[in-house]
Design a protein around this ligand. Sequence first.
Ligand code: ZN
Ligand code: ZN
Length: 255
Amino acid sequence: MNLRILRSGSSGNAIYLEAAGTAVLIDAGLAAETILRDLSLMPQAAPLQAILLTHEHDDHTRGAGALGKVFGIPVFANEGTIGAGAALLNGASVERFTSGRPFRVGALTVEAFPVPHDAVEPVGFLIAGNGTRAFVATDFGEATGEILARAQDAETVLIEANYDLALLGVSPYPWFLKNRILSSVGHLSNDAAARVAVHAASARTGTVILVHLSDINNLTPLARDTVQWALAREGLTEVRIEAVRANGSSPLWSL
Ligand SMILES: [Zn+2]
Ligand SMILES: [Zn+2]
């Protein structure tokens, strides 16, 4: 499985994932031209076969409809996200999925599961292909039992590590925004991401990828170290940890 974060953070989110020749984009929260340019700079990238949407927030959907039309590929989303993002998806081919009901995109099997976030019907994805599985969940306020169960034993665990609690406390964000981030339908802290990683990781887990870091309320090394220490305390010293800096991109990883 090959994976590259094209962008991750409040300014936009898009993840390229490919296995056995099938490539998809998870979220398209950048201008379509930006995503097209980024993909054109990846000569090894397979052609996209679909766009999968986690939820309707602008930083995840901005370019989805336009990109779907340019490539002539479907945008997969659930009922709630389609309804809330209707204007944006206008003219694009839309495929509806239901949480808990796996669907195929080429060589990939995708299963969506609900996450708690202040959107209409937000989800994460468990994506299987080429004998490996990636758990992908960003934008959730707390790790529910279902999230922990889905994350368990995945070879790749990609989760949000949005903020450090102490940095959020002293940050210049207004209180209403701090409360939104902290709430159970807001975003995930480094400590909470570490707990998900510890719960998820097993001998099968090769890589934990931390994304959607805040540029104000977090630091890339702090997010990485928090998760690394938590895993090390459990004896999980072989897991590779990658933290993508706020609004940054990653290399193309082979997982
Ligand atoms: Zn969101
Ligand atoms: Zn977001």
